[in-house]
Design a protein around this ligand. Sequence first.
Ligand code: SF4
Length: 293
Amino acid sequence: MALVRGRAGVRRQQQQRERAARAWETHPVTPGPDTNAVRDLVGWFRREGADLPWRRTRDRWAVLVSEVMLQATPVSRVIPYYNQWMRRWPVPADLAAATVGDALAAWQGLGYPRRARHLHAIATIVTASGWPSSDRYEDLPGVGAYTADALRCFADGQQVLPGDVNVRRVVARRFPGGWPGAPRGRAWDAGQAMMDLGREYCRARAPRCDGGCPVRAGCPAADAGVVDEVTPRTRRQARYEGSLRQRRGFLLRALAEDGRVPVASDPEAAEGLVAEGLADRRGSLLVSAGSAR
Ligand code: SF4
């Protein structure tokens, strides 16, 4: 698979424009109340931050696996999957030697299985060609702006704040003037601290402003009583029960257990899985992706 996809130049220009537009990530570090708040936040994180398996490494593959798994999935659910995955495929070459079906079977129950296929594709590319330079992480399959920035910050130690939905919410409430930057050499701690703050205190619903938030002092949103008003709106997730997504999940589970399932059991869901490379078709059967090769 080619590392650089078609129209890569145009895409890269667009990515550069998007990065420049995320001004809060590149805001110069200037002393002031906000930089003091970040320093307090980092201090709090170093004392009380959660001990998570992916925080014990700066290995790019491990960081990528954890970040992909954490997309739209709670930390507690990810931990056993992450541990199992990294035991089985500790380096990209191990996963590249497995089939997509193996990756999908290991992903079973985590949701959004396309992520497993992307990890398999990335493992194949990296094994064949090595990692791209950090300004080209977005060229990897399924790697968007957030995941690329997470690699830059959490694996490469660059002064970038990865802005997932939680971090964007915290920035909007606590740093409405823009992310002031992390203390020198503390970009990793600051990024992880923002994740914990968003999960434990600055939650989307019922934020714990007066329940121990480590950066409550001077918080503009809490002081003005406008926490809800300044919170960025997020799209509601479509209902899962009875959805096509759920039916595709049933088929993938059956494939993980038996390796094959009749297409006729749910032609629409089966067709979608084949179109996305999440399963292969052999005659009237749906089979695990990659098992026919
Ligand atoms: S005081 Fe409230 S709004 Fe401000 S950072 Fe803490 S939890 Fe978020």
